[in-house]
Design a protein around this ligand. Sequence first.
Ligand SMILES: [Zn+2]
Length: 371
Amino acid sequence: MIETAKQNAGQQKEPIVETNTKKYTDTIINEDVDNKDKVITITELFETLKKEITDLNESDLLGGVISNINALDTALSFNLMDAKRNIRITDPRIDKIIEIDEQAQNLRERIYELNNMSKKQKENKSKKYESSNLNLQNEYQIKLNIPIKIATYIPTEIAERYLKEFEKLSSVFNISQYPLKEIKIEEIADGAFGRIATSLQKKESTLIIDERVYNRSASVVADQKSRCDRNNLQISSLYHEFAHLIFRDIRESRVATEDDINNFNDFVNNLGDGKFLDKLDDVYDRYKKELLDFADNQKRMDKIYLGWQSVYKGINEFFADAFMEGMLFTNEKYRSPYADEVVDLTKEYFSKNTILKSIFNKLINKLINYG
Ligand SMILES: [Zn+2]
């Protein structure tokens, strides 16, 4: 059973902001000094980053290690940014922040170098799917009953994590709109981190997912994409893409024919009470309106904002980014209420047992009507 971030919030918090006044120079102090959450100090984050880079050897460059380092670097950058914003220039803690920032700059150059090296190594390997991942592929192919392809350069532990998460998600949510034909774990040529390739004609989808981590902050402030816990960064794109598998509004699609739109309307009208799309439209409208209304209230904006794509790329990206944040960001204090609304709505209409219940109810009604 999958637990949402909302349910998890009690046990598993990982906010980035340090509020322990005793660790004075190590910390970012936020307004809420009474926050007792488990926290990571900037120094801790910085030391981890330094260690990861120092311990690295050539053979690691192809692996998820590079992804982890990039995720750490992003988290550090955003925390330093938040820290500077929250600490007054006369506060002595600002010196510590600036000192770490300068040291981090040097590490960043090394990260850039490592990234280039790992890119070259990847280019030298062909995009073959036979590899030590073969057993994993076979195992999950049987479990999920979907053909799976994993490129040779994808680290087995990352492929396994994806497939496990996929298995969890698909045991809870239905992806009946466009059945999944294939899962591919490989680098995507145009640089995207994940993609659902849907053929409206064939009424089927392919999930393609990369092992690289989106350069999203694990911070409390959303950027291009919505937020998640730092330890969920690696699976965040998978959750985003999975949301597209659950539901995709094709009213925005330029290639959709009249038939496609009719099929889509049938699909939507057959969900539960048939009101899913109305409710989702309503959440999205309120979200956009509130962003405009609170444009000059930074704190409220940070709280509700689900990233740039959720505003400018339409309802599908809003749905996917909100779903990801609702599932993978356990920090209740900062999580967008719209993320929770979308997860609740998804559960109401796309949970496997909800759908069974609705089929059962329809059947009963039919029996009563004909009986
Ligand atoms: Zn998307």
